[in-house]
Design a protein around this ligand. Structure first.
Ligand SMILES: C[S@@+](CC[C@H](N)C(=O)[O-])C[C@H]1O[C@@H](n2cnc3c(N)ncnc32)[C@H](O)[C@@H]1O
Length: 205
């Protein structure tokens, strides 16, 4: 697929992520929403790969299943595609294999209840788990929309979390389009460079 990266923030992430995943990769959409990112992931990694997608809202699961069916992914549902109505802080109850890529799109679901937003606590807990499940060479992409009430708190928590991550083990990119958008969403990409030293390893990511 050829993507024009600068048309939209999500396209920038997708253009970068396309290099990282292929047919057979194991990937996770941490915030399913209307299913646009889940669909992108399915198009990249199926038929051989696996896609897990999470959201706390029933409407998100419904919209995503509809979108996937419209794109002829019906037969993969339940086998290679798992759309899960649960919080991304519960990854460990559903994912039992190393993961190539996690995608987060933080904020609220456009066109839906704007009081249901991702929260600092569950986002950080989920990221800790994602870092642990991530393969060496794998990547986590995060787009945060933070103009809504509570958004700035989540951004602060996220940036503190990234600031204290080991830079020997993780490479981190941050970018946005401040000349085009007012309060532009911010993109972060985290690449895992190496596992924790196993001799000293006492759990965690
Ligand atoms: C900006 S939207 C995601 C857009 C989506 N990626 C798409 O392609 O349409 C953020 C989503 O995160 C969901 N969300 C909020 N808290 C969550 C949690 N703890 N776990 C998983 N999803 C959550 C919201 O319900 C909302 O659908």
């Amino acid at each position: 697929m050829s993507i024009n990266p600068l048309i939209h923030n999500t396209n920038i992430t997708k253009a970068l992520l396309e290099q990282k995943i292929k047919n057979g990769s194991v990937v996770v959409d941490a915030t399913m929403g209307n299913g646009n990112d889940t669909l992108f992931l399915c198009q990249q990694v199926l038929p051989k790969g696996k896609v897990y997608a999470f959201d706390v809202q029933e409407v998100a699961v419904k919209n995503t299943l509809k979108l996937l069916k419209e794109h002829q992914f019906d037969s993969d549902l339940g086998s290679n595609i798992h759309c899960i109505k649960d919080s991304h802080e519960n990854f460990d109850q559903y994912i039992f294999q190393p993961v190539d890529l996690f995608m987060y799109n933080l904020g609220y679901l456009p066109g839906s209840d704007q009081s249901i937003i991702t929260s600092p606590e569950s986002t950080i807990k989920s990221l800790e788990m994602a870092l642990s499940l991530l393969k060496v060479g794998g990547m986590i992409s995060i787009i945060i929309y933070y103009a809504h009430p509570g958004g700035n708190l989540e951004k602060q928590a996220l940036e503190y979390f990234l600031e204290v991550l080991s830079k020997k083990r993780f490479k981190i990119f941050k970018g946005s389009m401040p000349y085009n958008d007012h309060c532009p969403p911010i993109i972060y990409m985290i690449e895992k460079l190496r596992q924790k030293n196993t001799k000293q390893y006492k759990g965690g990511f």
